[in-house]
Design a protein around this ligand. Structure first.
Ligand SMILES: NC(=O)c1ccc[n+]([C@@H]2O[C@H](COP(=O)([O-])OP(=O)(O)OC[C@H]3O[C@@H](n4cnc5c(N)ncnc54)[C@H](OP(=O)(O)O)[C@@H]3O)[C@@H](O)[C@H]2O)c1
Length: 257
């Protein structure tokens, strides 16, 4: 397919690279910031623009990969297009891609954490949707060429996956950040925790996390819990999480009894 990419951030960059690798052609990059547009177009070997009026509409597919809140306004400013057009957001309804009066539109939501710096792109599950049979077929085919798994999902289902993804990825990563800064301040090595962090994720393959909870909260080891709280006196944010998680882990044991 001939593709115009809207945006120059993480998603536009990774989808652009995957599209090229799959044999598609990136015909243009649009980004509101001229330097960002140029950087990505150089990287993907194509042309760029920072003017909405110069966006190439004679193409097969336009992928709008910009900040969620900017999608609606951008699509209005773009005006009607005849080609297939999609956004990439998990939490935005498919109908937003209709813009002013587009006939073929849909969603390409990569259920993965994408960063433009990543050297190796991890396997991508693409959640797709289209407004009619033709757009569904085109989006499915395109998604299948750049993603490992393709799942058709309506707006409500996609939003639920987006929320679950936010919890398992963004929230977990935030806890790693808090643990890392605790380690730094306490002069211990965060890297020593690496095998434990890997094991935490690896054992979830085909298993429920319910079977794997260990630690002082589930055992209700009161003395150890108190020692941890003492250590966290100077880390109020972490202490708040600690209390919340401990309470919730213990409530879960009571629930399952
Ligand atoms: N990253 C992921 O892991 C991921 C995964 C699935 C779906 N998505 C979805 O993909 C979309 C892009 O996310 P991202 O992570 O790639 O974001 P990002 O790296 O922060 O890039 C955001 C892009 O949006 C542009 N932008 C911001 N405000 C704008 C505005 N008012 N008008 C026009 N362009 C604007 C930015 O342009 P400037 O460079 O000029 O600021 C930049 O090109 C979002 O809908 C997001 O939900 C992301």
């Amino acid at each position: 397919m001939d593709i115009v990419l809207i945006g120059s951030g993480n998603t536009a960059t990774v989808l652009g690279r995957k599209s090229l690798a799959a044999g598609h052609r990136i015909v243009q990059i649009y980004s509101r910031n001229v330097n960002h547009a140029n950087q990505l177009s150089t990287r993907l070997g194509t042309s760029s623009t920072s003017y909405i009026s110069s966006i190439e509409k004679r193409t097969d597919l336009i992928i709008v990969a910009i900040k969620d809140e900017a999608v609606s306004e951008f699509l209005k400013d773009l005006g009607e297009v005849k080609c297939l057009i999609t956004h990439t957001a998990g939490a935005i309804p498919m109908s937003e891609a209709r813009g002013l009066n587009n006939k073929l539109y849909g969603v390409l939501y990569p259920l993965q954490s994408l960063r433009k710096e990543m050297e190796i792109v991890p396997p991508i599950t693409m959640m797709v949707g289209g407004n009619n049979q033709e757009s569904k077929k085109l989006i499915r085919e395109f998604a299948g060429s750049i993603a490992e798994i393709v799942i058709e999902a309506d707006d409500e289902t996609r939003l639920k996956y987006h929320l679950a993804a936010t919890i398992v990825n963004n929230f977990t990563n935030h806890l790693f950040i808090l643990a890392e800064s605790f380690c730094k301040k306490e002069n211990i090595s965060f890297a020593v925790l690496q095998p434990l962090m890997e094991e935490t994720i690896l054992r979830l393959r085909n298993n429920s996390p319910r079977s794997f909870q260990t630690g002082p909260a589930i055992r209700d080891d009161k003395i150890t819990l108190e020692k941890h709280r003492q250590l966290l006196v100077t880390y109020p944010a972490l202490l708040e999480f600690y209390e919340m998680f401990t309470k919730d882990i213990q409530n879960h044991i009571l629930d399952s009894k």
